[in-house]
Ligand binder design. Structure first.
Ligand code: FAD
Length: 490
């Protein structure tokens, strides 16, 4: 009797459940919260709707793929649109730039506004595409922990192109070589934050990230980011997956070197395979306390976390778009504060996402739903209440200065998420948004594989394991896991 238990209904867990159900497994997903989605969830406050976590959506085909796999037409269940602008950038000296989604137009804008030759931007984006293309097969689509991956033709292409991939220098070094203008370096260095890393440490290989937005496209789901979770939950249910909420898994049962069940509220539920979508560190520490843990892997430094203010703002701002950035005057100092001093710099870069710009019913008429995120260090017991109070004032001052309007009087609702509450709500170790950091060139190899080499029938999916955090990579991890799970005999 082959059955699968999935621990956690984060995006990685839901996608795995769909894939296993399609493979013929009866699947039960155990979720600790009362709601699905983990970080990818939503809430409402005083008429404003907020997506609680992710706001940047790339590679929608990875979501669509799940519907197609299940024999359904994705357009009937999940719709999205391509954003005409990638981001509105603001600097304290009054410079601003709207980054068009059209790469040629964007390159022209950079030349006109920031004085960087358009050809430099075009060459960068071409190189970004090259880096992505070479690494996708090796790093994202397959397990790094199977010999077959390293012996493939794609791998050979990777070896031949190794010197051009940007594994040895840092992202900032590569961008300083490529661009003359510090604002352009800063604009592209920012992409390190897409997986919670530091551009002054992370390898230049991560310059492949802008390719996803500029060459493939930045998107937004018509019903909000949470509709990714909602539409996939509905799909999973149509495929027979059972979701059990408020069902925290306490143990993974192991007998004779095999995972044989999970324990929920003291009761053992037998199954033939277990997939943990819980962060890898608490999976070992809490669910497998008597098994030998891979200490070196678990001790890798965490990616950055976030401090998020959800503000219902009773006013509209024509100069703002769906995604906005107000840059710090000293980017290097900002990352030093985040990763070395483990605190938040007094002049932080502010990311402001306003979904009501595109999805009008997300805010009452005349208002905007502001999701304001500051990169924060992972939780190591800092004095968060003081940091939050200081950072709130810094954000208000910075954004008010840029927009020429005192923002605070227009805020009519406020909720806050910080590294502590992220950890509490999703069990992410230290509240990291993207599992372990990519701040060293071996990070990809030090992430935990998608299977256990000691315990048979035990698999791992989601942002804390290979290939890493963020929605697209979590969806890749589900694909890799499903590829490893044996076929059902039925
Ligand atoms: P998680 O979302 O971590 O969920 C894990 C689930 O498992 C939770 O529901 C938890 O309750 C459950 N669980 C844990 N332990 C147990 C247990 N013992 N028993 C039962 N259930 C358990 N990504 C992007 O692509 N774009 C973005 O713009 C972006 N921005 C972000 C902004 C914020 C504020 C945050 C928080 C994250 C952001 N991310 C972004 C990252 C992205 O949200 C995550 O990488 C991704 O959603 C993680 O999915 P996951 O599958 O690892 O599961």
């Amino acid at each position: 009797n082959q059955t699968a238990a999935v621990i956690g209904a984060g995006i990685g867990g839901i996608a795995t459940a769909i894939r296993l159900a399609v493979k013929g497994y009866p699947v039960t997903v155990f979720e600790a919260n009362t709601y699905p989605g983990g970080k990818l969830s939503a809430f409402e406050e005083k008429g404003y709707r907020f997506d609680a976590g992710p706001s940047l959506f790339t590679m929608p085909q990875l979501v669509e793929e799940l519907f197609i796999l299940a024999g359904e037409d994705p357009r009937e269940h999940f719709t999205y649109e391509r954003l005409p602008d990638i981001c509105h950038y603001f600097w304290d000296d009054g410079t601003w730039l709207t980054a068009s989604a059209n790469p040629d137009q964007f390159a022209q804008e950079v030349e006109q506004t920031l004085g960087e030759p358009a050809a430099h931007v075009r060459n960068f984006l071409q190189h970004s595409a090259f880096q992505y293309d070479i690494t996708e097969q090796l790093f994202l689509k397959d397990s790094l922990h199977k010999a077959s991956t390293w012996l493939s033709r794609k791998a050979l292409r990777g070896y031949l192109n190794f010197p051009r991939l940007g594994v040895l220098g840092t992202m900032n070094q590569a961008n300083e070589q490529r661009f003359q203008q510090t604002k352009v370096v800063q604009l592209f260095n920012r992409y390190a934050t897409y997986n919670g890393s530091d551009p002054y440490q992370t390898p230049a290989l991560l310059n492949m990230i802008p390719h996803l937005e500029y060459n493939i496209g930045a998107y937004f789901p018509k019903k909000g980011m949470v509709s990714i979770t909602e539409s996939l939950i509905a799909l999973a249910e149509r495929k027979g997956v059972q979701f059990r909420y408020q069902s925290k898994v306490e143990r993974i049962q192991v007998r004779d070197g095999k995972a044989v069940g999970v324990v929920v509220q003291g009761q053992e539920i037998p199954c033939s395979i277990v997939v943990s979508n819980m962060d890898i560190t608490p999976t070992y520490r809490k669910l497998l306390p008597t098994e030998k843990a891979p200490e070196r892997t678990l001790q890798q430094p965490r990616s950055g976390s976030g401090l998020i203010f959800y503000w219902g703002v009773r006013r509209e701002f024509a100069e703002l778009g769906v995604h906005n950035i107000f840059f710090s005057n000293d980017y290097k100092a900002e990352f030093e504060h985040q990763f070395q001093y483990k605190t938040i710099y007094y002049d932080p870069t502010v990311y402001l996402h306003i979904s009501s710009k595109i999805k009008k019913d997300d805010a009452p008429a005349g208002g905007e739903n502001w999701f304001v995120l500051i990169n924060a260090p992972a939780n190591e017991g800092q004095d968060w209440d003081t940091i939050i109070a200081q950072t709130r004032q810094a954000i208000l001052a910075k954004v008010s200065r840029s927009l020429g309007v005192d923002i605070e009087p227009f805020i009519e609702s406020e909720s806050i998420l910080d590294p502590r509450s992220i950890e509490l709500r999703t069990s992410s170790y230290q509240g990291a948004l993207y599992g372990t950091s990519s701040n060293n060139r071996f990070a990809a190899f030090l992430r935990h594989p998608n299977f256990s080499s000691r315990i048979k029938n035990l698999y791992f999916v989601g942002g804390s394991v290979h290939p890493g955090g963020g929605i697209p990579l979590c969806l890749f991890s589900a694909r890799i896991v499903a590829g490893m799970v044996p076929e059902t005999s039925s």
